[in-house]
Write a protein that binds this ligand. Structure first.
Ligand code: ATP
Ligand code: MG
Length: 569
């Protein structure tokens, strides 16, 4: 490709709305462009990268024995009513009504559609198992679309669905897809970790996420040397050992004027948050009730575990307002379990504290020397978010914490969709049996951003060769110099005939300007034709090591690049 013909649009300055490297670089390198937050147009360079990621996924799906289809983004309400998700999915689902008053949604995911296709097409046990996938555009009206391709309202996902006769079949399909996803992320060059995950709105039991390691990730993962790794919302941890409290002092009410937060209490009483328990009150709109949950002062409530415990949904379990709290006979900032007449969920760590400080449900007062079992009781369970240093649930050693970008997730759905949607097959005894399902998803566009997060420097993107928009670029120092252009064109033709994707920068611009462009865009190899063009000598640079340029015979440079491209796995 000739640079003069390309729709290049690099930017010198950082666009204001971009906060993280991948977003900044995607915009500055002219890979994407957008008018509205969370909705993107892919420009030529960005689209080439996207297609390469998709092709790696396709190749591995072939290996895994999954067949590709393509569904519409438009889905009828009726299917979602059948699965029960029309009412459960919440405001993230983009719904619309056509001119005949028929209701639809734009698919945020495709469990219903795939289940409906397979239930209509597959009847007999002989036709199972089946594994099908698509690479297609999804729609989610995210509360906070941000960070560019990381969290869009429109994004591209690869979603696969497996249909088996029984649990054993699902186990095999799940493992097969976990292996395929591992191969995909490995081939993409990502540093990632596979972790245990919560099943969220998709439902079912048993799930893993694929986390690309990155400080800008929105997921926290705890992991242990023994191999245990889980999203903090899914993770459990051993709670500190129980201490006998037979010698405990008597309950005491203390005056804490205007001291309503844990930090303020720490200062005012000169005691650690670890010796306090906080009580958080939620309004559960699904079950039309208020509930309270207690965690240690330095902990955070794990809302996902609470949602699961209550059989509620994330968007319908909300913090109670100060007015609601007062109506319950308590006071915002001073809530506590004693005398509160609503369901109480107690994190097991709190139940094991020897003595604690709690709110007294009265403005400006707390109780101290409080003991679980003696002074209050509730339903004990794991209701906190796991944190760094927590003890591993498998081996008991302290765990580490790291941040990750969720690039994929897989779920054992079992019969969550096949039962309500009647996706059944006929077994040997002529009985209708529900298919046992799994579903699998890769955020293709988010993966593109995750690669940039792991592969960039101050100058720009450093694409791994297998996903780079082009493999190489040839830059004549002076495009008007005949000698230089002649050599550049020869190299260009040679590389093209060797199936190397190459750009010839024939633009009439200063060399420094051109170098900056290609470094920002992240082309893996650069050949510069300059002063020694008449001797067939070029300057050769690798993007991942720009400072290290060397002079090579042009043939040698061609061979190195051709060989590297041939060896792409
Ligand atoms: P998240 O927790 O980040 O909102 P999710 O768990 O809701 O994601 P899934 O339903 O598991 O997402 O979708 C499969 C994959 O699609 C995710 O692992 C992620 O890589 C990608 N994905 C989900 N939501 C978005 C989004 N808004 N923008 C870009 N990619 C997304
Ligand atoms: Mg997910």
């Amino acid at each position: 490709m000739l640079a003069s013909k390309m729709l290049l649009s690099t930017l010198k300055d950082t666009p204001q709305e971009a906060k993280i490297s991948s977003h900044i670089l995607l915009l500055r390198a002219g890979m994407i462009k957008n008018e509205v937050a969370g909705v993107f147009n892919y420009l030529p360079l960005g689209l080439r990268v996207l297609k390469k990621i998709e092709n790696i996924i396709r190749e591995e799906m072939d290996v895994a024995g999954s067949e590709e289809i393509l569904c519409s983004a438009i889905q009828p309400k009726e299917l979602w009513v059948e699965s029960g998700r029309w009412s459960k999915y919440g405001p993230e689902l983009i719904r619309f009504t056509d001119r005949h008053d028929r209701e639809f949604c734009l698919g945020p995911t495709h469990e219903e559609v795939f289940t409906s296709i397979v239930r209509d097409l597959v009847k007999s046990s002989k036709s199972l198992p089946k594994n099908i996938y698509q690479i297609q555009t999804k729609y989610r009206d995210e509360v906070r679309p941000r960070f560019g391709l990381m969290r869009g309202r429109e994004f591209i996902m690869q979603d696969a669905y497996s249909f088996d006769k029984d649990e054993a079949g699902l186990e095999a399909s799940y493992q097969n897809m976990a292996d395929a996803y591992t191969r995909i992320f490995t081939r993409l060059g990502l540093k990632f970790r596979t972790v245990l995950a919560d099943t969220g709105a998709i439902g079912g039991n048993g799930s893993h996420q694929f986390m690309a390691l990155s400080e800008v990730g929105e997921s926290d993962v705890v992991y242990c040397d023994c191999g245990y790794a889980a999203d903090v919302e899914k993770a459990e941890a051993r709670s500190e050992a129980y201490e006998d409290a037979s010698t405990l002092d008597e309950l005491e009410k203390i005056y804490t004027p205007n001291v309503g937060t844990i930090e303020e209490l720490e200062k005012f009483l000169n005691r650690s948050a670890k010796s306090m328990a906080k009580t958080i009150i939620y309004h559960d709109y699904v079950n039309e009730k208020f509930v309270a949950v207690m965690v240690r002062g330095d902990r955070e409530v794990n809302e996902i575990k609470l949602v699961n415990e209550l059989n509620s949904t994330e968007f319908e379990l909300v913090l109670a307002t100060p007015e609601e709290i007062e109506a319950l006979g308590s006071y915002h900032g001073f809530c506590g379990p004693k005398g509160l007449n609503i369901e109480l969920y107690v994190d097991e760590e709190v139940a094991k504290m020897k003595s604690m400080l709690i709110g007294a449900n009265e403005r400006d007062y707390h109780f101290t020397n409080v003991k679980y079992g003696r002074d209050f009781e509730g339903k004990v369970g794991f209701f906190r978010k796991a944190a760094k240093g927590d003890l591993c649930p498998c081996c008991g050693k302290p765990m580490n914490l790291e941040r990750g970008i969720e690039v994929g997730q897989i779920f054992k759905l079992q019969t969550k969709y096949s039962v309500p949607m009647k996706a059944t097959y006929v077994d040997e005894n002529n009985k209708n049996v529900p298919m046992v399902m799994g579903c699998y998803g890769i955020g293709v566009t988010r993966t593109m951003a995750a690669i940039i997060e792991q592969y960039h420097d101050e100058a720009g993107i450093i694409w791994p060769l297998q996903v780079a928009p082009y493999h190489a670029v040839i830059v004549p120092i002076n495009a008007k110099d005949e000698e230089q252009m002649k050599l550049a064109t020869e190299i260009y033709d040679k590389l093209r005939s060797n199936r190397v994707e190459v750009i010839l920068d024939d633009r009439a611009a200063k060399p420094g300007f051109k170098f900056k462009d290609w470094e920002l865009i992240g082309i893996p190899y650069m050949i510069v034709c300059g002063k020694r063009a008449n001797e067939n000598v070029v300057e050769f640079k690798e993007r991942k090591d720009v400072m290290n340029k060397k002079e090579l015979a042009s043939n040698e440079a061609v061979d190195i690049i051709t060989e590297a491209v041939r060896n792409i796995k």
